[in-house]
Design a protein around this ligand. Structure first.
Ligand code: IMP
Length: 175
């Protein structure tokens, strides 16, 4: 995309406030328990980092990577595991940390896969959820922001690996 315009959708301050709010809610729900936060690479790294530090719970982190977008703007619908977890999740309270839920295909696949490994509980926290784009409906227990069906970048989200470093979320528009 040679001529791209970025329109800020969620500011740095709004992100910070929302992450603190979500962390407080998760702290309350899991009080006294240990949790494993599983971040889905690479888009969720900044969210995991901020959320993980805002939680006061005893928490561990692990990572997995899927691929379905192949550097473009629309999903291929095929979800592959590129990097699997290091930790055995059996008997653990697991929280999947997602950057954004669009069609729901990735998350639905992940929930299914991780459930087979017998965690004590399994929930999902997603920073963003697109409205009206689901083709499947996996449960998402914690949602930061409902956003319109636009392609967004920043705070970990990319377009062909660019823009992940932006401290805010912006809509990427072609000029
Ligand atoms: P889903 O399987 O369609 O729900 O897509 C989920 C994945 O697609 C996310 O984890 C992102 O990596 C990617 N994705 C979906 N929408 C966007 C977007 O607007 N910007 C950047 N990546 C996106």
């Amino acid at each position: 995309m040679s001529n791209a315009r970025l329109d800020v959708l969620i500011s740095e301050e709004e992100l910070r406030a929302k992450v603190a709010e979500m962390a407080a809610e998760i702290d309350r729900d899991y009080a006294g328990q240990q949790v494993l936060l599983i971040a889905v690479l690479k888009g969720s790294v900044h969210f995991l980092s901020d959320l993980g530090r805002a939680l006061t719970l005893d928490s561990e982190i692990d990572f997995l990577q899927t691929s379905s977008y192949h550097g473009g703007k629309s999903s291929s619908g095929v979800v592959q595991i590129r990097k699997d977890l290091d930790i055995n999740i059996e008997g653990l309270h697991v929280i999947i940390v997602e950057d954004i839920v669009d069609t729901g295909v990735t998350l639905s696949h992940l929930r299914e896969l991780l459930s087979t490994r017998k965690p004590k509980s399994l929930k999902v926290v997603a920073l963003l959820s697109k409205t009206g784009t689901r083709t499947v409906y996996p449960p998402v227990e914690y949602i930061g922001f409902e956003i319109p069906n636009e392609f967004v970048v920043g705070y970990g989200l990319d377009y062909a690996e660019r823009y992940r470093n932006l401290p805010y979320i912006a809509i990427l528009r072609e000029e």
